[in-house]
Write a protein that binds this ligand. Structure first.
Ligand SMILES: NC(=O)c1ccc[n+]([C@@H]2O[C@H](COP(=O)([O-])OP(=O)(O)OC[C@H]3O[C@@H](n4cnc5c(N)ncnc54)[C@H](O)[C@@H]3O)[C@@H](O)[C@H]2O)c1
Length: 312
């Protein structure tokens, strides 16, 4: 059934791919984005972009006018490092902005809400790996604290107002359109630097010389999870990740191979808020949503490098 879907942050890396997929599935798509880190160049021609801050009163006017069936919430301050430097900035977007979005949903009869959280951040350095959704999160950065706070608010809105919602806790997403100059997104940063002939840096803790481990997932797999999220009425949190841990050093070698270069990487100290290890259990998504990651790291990296070569 075709729906009207409002995507916050739909001009960003992941949100723009989700917009493409919703449009291809026949849905009507409205994008709300203030272009803080997104770009209008990412958008398909038939998506309608509204330049608005999710924390501003104008956002409510947009929801009142458009009356979407579904709100898919990708807009966020996305950098753990920035959140550690400026927790207030992160809270303004990821908490206050988020609440502004939820209030508008309730006021204007939105039927379903898709919240994007971070499995790579909210669990912290828990010992249970792969980490299932049932583990008690131990968020270590303001970014993670605010994402988790958002999840708690969703529970409140479900109980208080009956807002149907699902939370997708992403692993480390990578692929075309990711910002190679950002503070987050190690794959894009490595690929961007190697293609420009520059030396990337692997941030590592002294007792983990091969780098921290992360659970990488290709953006196309993430997009399929967003399609499943609006097709059914599953509630609660779902890990959406590749389901395997990869150390930054290993990732660097895979990117090096995909770029066909012998340039090496420097090493630098871990940054504030950096998790040591992340590996997510994706079996709940498989059981309930019928979703599993399908694109291997090698294939995903090859496609990402092809994109960045074309974009250079
Ligand atoms: N990239 C990852 O690996 C990853 C992992 C876990 C979770 N996430 C989450 O996925 C979502 C999308 O991240 P991304 O990697 O595509 O980053 P991105 O920076 O490309 O996308 C974020 C989008 O939100 C927009 N935005 C920011 N503040 C806004 C505001 N106040 N009002 C309106 N729009 C605003 C930006 O302009 C941008 O288009 C975020 O919620 C992020 O926290 C990403």
């Amino acid at each position: 059934m075709a729906m009207k879907i409002l995507i916050t942050g739909g001009a960003g890396f992941i949100g723009s791919h989700v917009a493409d997929a919703y449009l291809a599935a026949g849905h009507d798509v409205v994008i709300a984005d203030n272009l803080l880190s997104g770009s209008a160049d990412h958008l398909p021609g038939d998506a309608c972009l509204q330049r608005v801050d999710i924390a501003a009163p104008e956002f409510d006017l947009l929801v009142e006018r458009e009356r979407p069936d579904v709100v898919n919430h990708h807009a966020a301050q996305v950098s753990v490092t920035v959140s550690a430097r400026d927790p207030g900035l992160d809270a303004r977007i990821n908490c206050v902005g988020f609440l502004n979005v939820l209030q508008s949903c309730v006021r204007h009869g939105v039927g379903r809400f898709v919240m994007i959280s971070s499995g790579g951040a909210v669990y912290g350095d828990v010992h249970q790996r792969p980490t299932p959704e049932t583990v008690t999160p131990q968020p270590l950065s303001p970014y993670a604290i605010h994402k988790l706070t958002g999840e708690h608010y969703l529970e409140f809105y479900r109980r208080e107002y009956g807002l149907s919602s699902i939370t997708l806790r992403y692993g480390n997403v990578y692929g075309p359109r990711q910002d190679p100059h950002g503070e987050a997104g190690v794959v894009a940063i490595f690929v961007g630097k190697l293609l420009r002939g520059e030396q990337p840096t692997i941030f590592a803790y002294p007792d983990q010389p091969a780098g921290m481990s992360r659970d990488y997932v290709y953006v196309e797999d993430v997009v399929r999870a967003n399609l499943r999220a609006v097709e059914g009425d599953a509630e609660g949190a779902f890990n959406i990740a590749g389901g395997a841990p990869v150390r930054t050093g290993e990732l660097f070698h895979a990117v090096q191979a995909a770029c066909g270069t012998t340039l090496t990487a420097a090493t630098g100290p871990a940054r504030p808020g950096d998790l040591r290890d992340s590996w997510l259990d994706v079996s709940r998504a498989e059981r309930v949503l019928g979703w599993r990651p399908e694109v291997s790291l090698a294939d995903g990296l090859a496609r990402t490098v092809t994109y960045f070569r074309g974009a250079a």
